[in-house]
Ligand binder design. Structure first.
Ligand SMILES: Nc1ncnc2c1ncn2[C@@H]1O[C@H](COP(=O)(O)OP(=O)(O)O)[C@@H](O)[C@H]1O
Ligand SMILES: [Mg+2]
Length: 366
């Protein structure tokens, strides 16, 4: 287990990470998600030891490792732009870390390990080739194999799939996930890619300006974001945000001739506050027929007339953008739904699904 206790890192005047407090559990797939410059690489470098905290402590189990040199930390790093040795074969590249003088394996054991890991990553047919003769995706596999050949306490992965085509990225990420599960390794993977983060993580840390914005399992973060930042960063299509004011009874929407009810058991809002009301695109519904309308209307649910502005087919579902008075909202609908630009529909929102954020701070308030 690795623990960060109030770890801050400054580069001169620039803040890298700010009072990080979290731990990596043995055997978990931890993902840190954040935009460029959030401090992800800094966090990994603090674990590998190539940089030291400006303040705060890092522990491996109960041992304070601040003073321990990188070579003695036994971590394995995979980068976005790692360098394979072009004059060595794939086999030699993969085996390379095992030749380090601090490890003593005999040659047979080294090759055995290299071949096993090559086979798990389906590059065993390329063992005698040189990296320049491989595709980008194959080279990335070699890079990952070179990291996996070792037996470190943790694998640190710094966006290793970011440069790959979508399809290869998808395949390789699901293989990584499977490998981690089968081997029981501890992975700490950092990325700016929200869909990758959600699909890989056992646990997710959202990082913003060097600070932890929210941490938890991906589903809870998705369904229960603590701020506008987390809600927007995790969703694609993005969460719908409607400015509104709470009059003590309902939320009056700006630019929309309607209001959204507040469910007292779920939302505790202050009368007179100015808010952003959030609905996930999956939580909204579009209704087209009269029958639907009658059966659906009750206290918790509001209906509003809307015009279809755009329909995007995504395969498993479609995203429909509708205009509701001055507002525009994205709604995920099943692919069978037959809607065309210009259609008039009813949009249905359920009070229970609404998030409320403070308009000024972006913090979740209800
Ligand atoms: N070696 C460095 N010298 C100065 N500033 C740095 C250095 N490395 C990172 N930073 C700064 O620290 C912040 C966090 O950077 P980084 O950890 O690389 O973020 P990320 O990996 O999330 O993109 C950024 O503002 C970045 O400019
Ligand atoms: Mg980085």
């Amino acid at each position: 287990m690795i623990t960060f206790d109030q770890v801050t890192k400054y580069y001169g005047e620039t803040l890298g990470v700010n009072e990080l407090d979290f731990s990596v559990q043995d055997g978990e797939f931890l993902v840190m998600l954040g935009p460029t410059g959030a401090g992800k690489t800094t966090t990994l470098n603090l674990i590998s030891g190539v940089i030291k905290p400006s303040s705060g402590d890092i522990f491996f189990n109960d041992d304070l490792i601040n003073p321990v040199s990188p070579r003695k930390r036994n971590v394995s790093f995979v980068f976005q732009d790692f360098i394979l040795y072009p004059n060595m074969t794939v086999e030699e590249n993969i085996a390379f870390p095992l030749h380090s003088p601090v490890r003593d394996f005999d040659e047979e054991e080294i090759m055995d390990r290299a071949h096993k890991v090559a086979s798990t990553l389906s590059i065993d047919s390329h063992l005698k080739k040189h990296p320049p003769n491989l595709s980008g995706g194959e080279q990335q596999r070699v890079g990952i194999a070179r990291a996996l050949v070792r037996d470190p306490i943790i694998f640190l992965m710094d966006e290793p799939l970011s440069n790959l085509d979508a399809k290869i990225k998808e395949n390789l990420s699901s293989e990584l996930k499977r490998l981690q599960e089968v081997r029981g390794d501890t992975f700490f993977y950092v990325t700016h890619d929200q869909s990758l983060a959600l699909s890989l993580a056992d646990r997710l840390i959202v990082l913003r300006n060097g600070k932890i914005a929210q941490m938890g399992d991906p589903l809870s973060l998705y369904n229960d974001p603590n701020s506008v930042f987390v809600a927007r960063f995790l969703t694609q299509p993005e969460v719908n945000l409607l400015p509104c004011s709470y009059d003590g009874n309902v939320c009056q929407l700006d630019g929309v001739s309607g209001s959204i009810g507040v469910s007292p058991e779920k939302h505790s809002l202050e009368a007179g506050s100015y808010l952003l009301c959030g609905f996930l695109p999956k939580d909204l519904e579009l209704l087209t027929t009269e029958g639907d309308l009658e059966s659906q209307t009750n206290g918790e649910i509001s209906l509003h007339e809307a015009q279809v502005r755009q329909v995007r087919f995504l395969g498993a579902d479609q995203v429909v953008t509708v205009d509701v008075d001055q507002a525009s909202l994205d709604v995920i609908v099943s692919p069978g739904t037959n809607l065309a630009v210009g259609d008039t529909v009813q949009i249905k929102w359920n009070t229970k699904d609404a998030f409320f954020f403070d308009d000024a701070t972006g913090e979740r308030v209800g």
